[in-house]
Design a protein around this ligand. Structure first.
Ligand code: UDP
Length: 230
């Protein structure tokens, strides 16, 4: 294929989907990265990697800045995604050092927006779909775990700013507004005016907190999200 640049966004990102196909998931991230980096090298073109806040695992520091190395279980059910994306970052930096490939790595935090599949499985769309049906919003565990939710237009704007910069990353892209999953359920029930909470078992290795430090993106890309969760 002859192309001018590569944005490597391949890989299922919803836990229920990647956990259904763990071997294909890690192959997509690792073998896929090798293939795309080889293409970028041959064509001498820039290549960007969509990495993830999951490289921080169940973080012991908050907010997470790019220099935090993370806390990932290498053999758990999330590892196919977390370790796949971590190995892909390694490949991107080694291709830069060894083969002079023009690489960039950005780390996407939880993102939501229109046209997500109803069965995507991630929390924002799951809760909205449940509320609209006046069905239970299933909260995993206590609901005290936190996430920070970025609107898709803001994220895309950040990715384009990064692509047009000379930065190599890794750089966090996300919205630093932090909410518990329980708060998110309350907000959605109030807005839709339907639905109710139901507490189910906590999922294995579910990160307890997640909030991006976006100081680097603010400083280097003059970027920050504009759309708040509400
Ligand atoms: N979650 C939940 N109910 C759902 C879907 C997700 O309580 O129906 C929780 C999940 O356990 C996690 C958070 O919401 O703590 C975010 O999950 P999601 O699958 O959206 O993405 P993650 O950040 O875990 O990759």
């Amino acid at each position: 294929m002859e192309v001018d640049a590569i944005y490597n966004l391949a890989c299922p990102a919803s836990p229920i989907h990647y956990q259904r196909h763990p071997v294909q998931t890690i192959k997509t991230s690792v073998v896929g990265a090798v293939n795309m980096l080889g293409l970028a090298k041959r064509l001498n073109i820039p290549i960007l990697q969509a990495s993830t806040s999951e490289v921080y695992g169940d973080p012991k520091v908050s907010p997470q800045s790019e220099d935090y190395w993370g806390n990932v279980n290498p053999i758990g059910i999330r590892a196919c995604y977390d370790e796949g994306k971590r190995a892909a970052e390694t490949l991107f930096f080694d291709y830069r050092r060894k083969h002079d490939v023009n690489t960039g790595v950005f780390r996407i935090f939880n993102t939501y927006g229109p046209r997500m599949a109803k069965n995507d499985g991630r929390v924002v769309s799951n809760f909205i779909v449940a509320a609209l049906a006046d069905a239970p919003l299933t909260i995993h565990g206590t609901g005290w775990q936190t996430r920070s939710f970025c609107y898709v237009d803001d994220l895309v704007d950040g990715i384009i700013k990064f692509a047009n910069s000379k930065e190599i990353g890794p750089i966090n892209l996300g919205n630093p507004g932090e909410f518990t999953v329980d708060e998110l359920a309350t907000i959605i029930i109030q807005k839709v005016n339907k639905g109710y909470k139901e507490y189910v078992e906590r999922t294995v290795d579910d990160p307890r907190q997640r909030k991006p430090d976006i100081g680097l993106a603010k400083q280097k890309l003059l970027w920050e999200p504009k759309t708040d969760l509400s």
